[in-house]
Design a protein around this ligand. Structure first.
Ligand SMILES: Cc1ncc(COP(=O)(O)O)c(C=O)c1O
Length: 376
């Protein structure tokens, strides 16, 4: 099946009543037929039929051997880091979602993990950082919020050569546009809160892998640590994914038009959008993804323009998050990256003039009009 069909028929479950919508199995526990026997479902921290259908869908879309659904993207990240022992060293993209940097710097470092941050868009810069205790490369592509692009296959080759795991946060493009496992990544992560759920109505997180040994370890961590996605939230995400293809196609096209509009606007000083040929990651994106997605970051001329835009947008909402049907505008230096040090933020271009736009599926001319009025 093609991806558009997998969004709708990506799981194996057949409901005996013939109901097309998978039931919400709102049960914490499941009855055993007799001692030593199980229906395959024992306790919802381990397995739940609604969640399983969702995990199968994610697995099919990522072309994986399995997937696990978590209560948020951060829960997925925390479970992955439990794979590593104190003293292990990870190399991560300098530009990552701020909450992941906060996790690495506060929780993971306290637990004895060591990190180096580098521009993984420059593959050569990764090699000198690999040490005998390095266990993984952790990347986002494109990154949040600077839209830097890393070459997944080249990094996968390095990871393979040095026996490292390549972990890719695929939140910004979704499996509809990019399938990192097919490019050699070992683990894919998602904030399922974003494009997968797609409606700004629930939190979710995922991991997917082709490696059954890794999946087995992560399943063990899952049942031990928790952080499971509830049956109702699983159902919401399953329903969201049914329109993933339509949403991604629509917002990809709208984002291109909005980026072109912003690129010539007198108040926009810098534009970070990998779908324009002027973006340094454009050629790599064309090679490894089938779309550019709906995320655009841009720097305006002054802080007073920032304030005017955030107060002035009417269709677009000034809110944290991304990837839903509603367009959102975010102020990264205070919101998504508020806990990253000023020095680190400034060195990455996350200054007080940077805005991040998540393009939704409203009429593109309404969105451009909304931005025009707010910018002027
Ligand atoms: C790229 C990326 N990864 C992970 C996360 C964390 O996901 P969640 O908010 O679902 O915990 C986010 C959240 O914004 C994100 O943007």
């Amino acid at each position: 099946m093609k991806k558009d069909s997998l969004c709708i028929h990506g799981y194996n479950y057949t409901e005996p009543t013939g109901a097309l919508s998978i039931p919400i199995y709102q049960s914490a526990t499941f009855k055993h037929p007799s001692l030593g026997q199980s229906t395959g479902y024992d306790y919802s921290r381990m397995q739940n039929p609604t969640r399983q259908a969702l995990e199968e869908t994610i697995s099919s879309l990522e072309n994986a051997c399995g997937a696990i659904a978590y209560s948020s993207g951060m829960a997925a990240v925390s479970n992955i880091l439990e794979l590593f022992k104190p003293g292990a060293h990870l190399i991560a993209s300098t530009d990552l979602y701020g909450g992941i940097i906060r996790y690495f710097r506060t929780i993971s470092e306290k637990n004895g993990l060591l990190f180096d941050f580098v521009d993984t868009g420059n593959v050569e810069s990764v090699l000198p950082l690999i040490k005998s205790n390095t266990v993984a490369l952790f990347i986002e592509t494109p990154t949040n919020p600077m839209m830097n692009v890393s070459d997944i296959s080249s990094l996968a080759a390095i990871a393979k050569q040095h026996n490292l795991l390549l972990i890719v946060d695929n939140t910004f493009l979704s499996p509809y546009f990019q399938q990192p496992l097919d490019l050699g990544a070992d683990i894919v992560i998602h904030s399922g809160t974003k494009y997968l759920a797609g409606h700004n109505d629930t939190l979710a997180g995922f991991i997917a892998s082709k490696n059954t040994a890794i999946l087995e370890k992560l399943r063990f961590i899952y049942k031990t640590v928790g952080g499971c996605l509830s049956p109702f939230d699983s159902w919401l995400v399953l329903r969201g994914i049914k329109t993933l293809a339509l949403r991604m196609i629509r917002l990809d096209s709208s984002a291109k038009q909005i980026a072109e509009f912003l690129s010539t606007h007198r108040r926009v000083k810098k534009l970070y959008y990998p779908g324009l040929p002027s973006h340094p990651g454009y050629e790599i994106m064309k090679k490894q993804a089938s779309g550019f997605g709906g995320m655009i970051s841009f720097e305006v001329d002054s802080f007073s323009t920032v304030k005017r835009v955030l107060a002035g947008v009417k269709i677009i909402s000034f809110a944290e998050s991304l990837g839903g049907v509603e367009s959102l505008i975010t102020y990264p230096s205070v919101q998504t990256h508020g806990d990253v040090t000023l020095e680190e933020r400034e060195s990455r271009g996350i200054n007080d003039r940077l805005l991040r736009l998540s393009v939704g599926i409203e009429d593109v001319f309404d969105l451009i009009n909304d931005l025009t009025l707010a910018l002027d």
